[in-house]
Write a protein that binds this ligand. Sequence first.
Ligand SMILES: Cc1cc2nc3c(=O)[nH]c(=O)nc-3n(C[C@H](O)[C@H](O)[C@H](O)COP(=O)(O)OP(=O)(O)OC[C@H]3O[C@@H](n4cnc5c(N)ncnc54)[C@H](O)[C@@H]3O)c2cc1C
Ligand code: SF4
Length: 558
Amino acid sequence: MTQPNEMNIERESMEFDVVIIGAGPAGLSAAIRLKQLSHRNGRELSVVVLEKGSEVGAHILSGAVFDPIALDQLLPDWKAEGAPVDTPVTVDRFYFLGPAGSLRIPNFLMPPLMSNHGNYIISLGNLCRWLASKAEELGVEIYPGFAAAELLYNDNGSIRGVATGDMGISRDGELKDSFMPGMELHGKYILIAEGAKGSLAKELMKRFDLDKDTEPQKYGIGLKELWEVDPEKHSPGLVQHTMGWPLDNRTGGGSFLYHFGENLVSVGFVVHLNYQNPYLSPFDEFQKFKTHPLIRNLFVGGKRIAYGARAITEGGWQSIPRLIFPGGALIGCSAGFVNVPKIKGSHNAMASGMMAAEAVFEAIVEQRQNDMLRAYTSAFQASHVAKDLKRVRNVKPLWSKFGTILGVALGGMDMWLNSLLPFLKYTLKHGKPDYATLSPAAKCEPIRYPKPDGIVTFDKLSSVFLSSTNHEEDQPVHLRLRDPEIPIKQNLPLYAEPATRYCPAAVYEVIEGADGEMKFQINAQNCVHCKTCDIKDPAQNIDWVCPEGGGGPNYPNM
Ligand SMILES: Cc1cc2nc3c(=O)[nH]c(=O)nc-3n(C[C@H](O)[C@H](O)[C@H](O)COP(=O)(O)OP(=O)(O)OC[C@H]3O[C@@H](n4cnc5c(N)ncnc54)[C@H](O)[C@@H]3O)c2cc1C
Ligand code: SF4
């Protein structure tokens, strides 16, 4: 069947029972659960997963300390079946850093729910690759290299499906010889599993007012490097977190450092995107962190293998939007299920995918389609995911309001209280959305970062090279400015155009043209799809939309 799109070009369409957008832990768990239910009940269902990365896992970036609670429920024999989940956490350390020293917080002071006992250090990308192979064995169709670029609606306003992006359109919008129109995928239900700040979820949020009664979603930017270190310095199973230096007391965030596999260390740094000083550069804070005396020596003599960045949802319980809309549901970090103090969301993403799948299966068995999946909302409210998020709901607001030292101490007390007295009801608010927290540049101190040493610290461009990001250059820019004048006329004088610093991939530059005029340049081919610009631009002038499918980073095992 062919359908005309907005350019009046006919496109093919395909019918499925369920269309899932995104092959992350949420999308793949939903797909697997759907097929398990369909095989168990003798009711064949067609399930398709679209993934914008060139392969499953190519766009996945996480820590990752992994809680197997949801994997145990999804594929109980995962150990025997060879899941890449094989470095158990053996040591858990937590430090507060000052410029030259560090203070270890004793484990007995940490609330029990912060413990990583029973968890594993993994590459989430590799776990997704494995989950995809399991899904395909069960009959799920997975199409990597295809971005879902457009939502399709029925006449009654419910979601009918999605269309993949057209391929072969030039930067100026002309059709090239290689032009291939997108394809429509229609489904009885559509599950949105795009991860933090997805482009389709953003449209759905607005169209169905999904976040009308909730606090604004909060985010952090997480930067990560994968290193191969000297075997003498490698301690498989060691998990180390820090907070404090180099961030000041008013800027939330911290580091993670996980030893796993064959001499591999995942090191990363999260900066909460409600920071105020527009001169702050999360990338440079990360590089500076690695120069701390507690940290630097680990990497001397080692080799940096990969680099990347990704936004992480931080709003938690009070920012969860309405999960359902006519014809579909938000799952995983499209809704935002990260437990912030634990920096863990993949187990909750998987569990939400399974719950949504169960609601979809029940609906299809009842001969329903394109309606509200209320059973998913009820299952979520009663789930361990809701319990997990409720107990830590006040930590992020306390941190934002009182700064790192007092806020984290109060957050710790609040977690103890909520663990011991789970009936406590008070919920603190987050306040402003992250784009509204910058102070004018004129009121802030510029921050001078040290030059990279090429041993443990590096510049942005050599880092972007290690993300293996790649986009067809002659295609429309996928970072759309609602008003092209704003960066130079408004953001530059007011905030010294922060995009040049918050973007971890040197996509945005302010350059002086031959005529002496300042110009805003977008190097879209460098983009690593972290979505920070869509979140932090103070004028909310940047819309991140999907580039041609297959474009973006090619993370090996992040
Ligand atoms: C730096 C960092 C460290 C973290 N550490 C941990 C940790 O240690 N432990 C833990 O449990 N969690 C951690 N998390 C959180 C965890 O990674 C997320 O909660 C989890 O990945 C969410 O899974 P998801 O399936 O919802 O989304 P994602 O993992 O983001 O997957 C979404 C997928 O959808 C694809 N996609 C998006 N839009 C489209 C589209 N329109 N069309 C087609 N495909 C699309 C993406 O390419 C991607 O493959 C961390 C996150 C970050 C950023
Ligand atoms: S352009 Fe935006 S999404 Fe791309 S890397 Fe930069 S901040 Fe991230």
